[in-house]
Design a protein around this ligand. Structure first.
Ligand code: ATP
Ligand code: ATP
Ligand code: CA
Length: 218
């Protein structure tokens, strides 16, 4: 399925999105006001154009209106990121994803109508911090300000036990929503299933409860 994407700003983040989308066979238009960046990506993206994204006329000329999903990956220049996002929302772009540089930037982007605001440095830092707590914590995903999902490998405290034995819900207030075994995923784990090595539990709960669960059981 081919869809049209545009990536504005070719720093490490935008550049990586462009490479991955192109590798997946997607049509990608990239825009940057730095000529060197455009030269670097002209053989990777389907179209690479030097333009200032804060200039509405230039964006219009590039036919940005016909693109379903635009990713704004201008980092340090927060003003340019905000201006670009306002122009794109005014033009009625269907989906706009924007990289936020800090929490205030994120707030503004949400207010002006960005559909999806990402904060990769902060989020990756959090995920890696949880992995540092234990090698068995494979992933960590924020659901809201105070709820998260963690993916944990069954360690020595879990292998050979059932969910009843561990009583995760009563002891930690968390719910095991699924158990992954290799490629299989069991979305309704039974209380008497015995956990084996390499099982991966997907656990949902409040941050406080998940933190207790991580400290005691993982
Ligand atoms: P990284 O992802 O590497 O951390 P960053 O988020 O720090 O990058 P910057 O290097 O600040 O991002 O900017 C990303 C790109 O956005 C740069 O290549 C820059 O030339 C481009 N850029 C900045 N302002 C504009 C603009 N007004 N129009 C088009 N491109 C712009
Ligand atoms: P981000 O994750 O926000 O993109 P970055 O990778 O661009 O950050 P910098 O802002 O360059 O990283 O540096 C990160 C931090 O490391 C800064 O707070 C800086 O003060 C600190 N730092 C840089 N060099 C040293 C050093 N030699 N000793 C101690 N701290 C340092
Ligand atoms: Ca940066």
């Amino acid at each position: 399925m081919k869809r049209d994407y545009a990536v504005i700003g070719l720093g490490r983040f935008g550049g990586s999105i462009c490479r991955e989308l192109s590798m997946e066979g997607m049509e990608v238009l990239v825009i940057d006001n730095d000529e060197d960046k455009i030269n670097e990506y002209k053989n990777i993206a389907s179209h690479a154009v030097i333009a200032d994204a804060t200039d509405e006329a230039s964006l219009k000329e590039l036919g940005i209106k016909n693109i379903d999903h635009v990713i704004v990956a201008i980092g340090d220049n927060i003003q340019a990121s905000i201006l670009t996002t306002v122009i794109l929302t005014d033009l009625g772009i269907k989906k706009i994803t924007v990289k936020a540089q800090n929490d205030y930037h994120e707030k503004i982007l949400n207010k002006i109508g960005a559909d999806n605001v990402v904060h990769p440095e902060r989020d990756m830092g959090k995920r890696i911090a949880h992995n540092i707590i234990s090698n068995n914590i494979l992933d960590y995903l924020e659901l809201s300000d105070d709820h998260s999902i963690v993916e944990v490998k069954a360690g020595e405290k879990m292998v050979g036990k059932t969910l009843i034995d561990l009583d995760i819900r009563a002891n930690y207030g968390c719910n095991v929503v699924a158990i992954k075994q290799g490629k299989d995923i069991n979305v309704s784990p039974a209380a008497e299933d015995v956990l084996v090595e390499e099982d991966v539990l997907i656990v949902i709960g409040s941050d406080k409860d998940i933190s207790r669960f991580e400290k005691n059981l993982v």
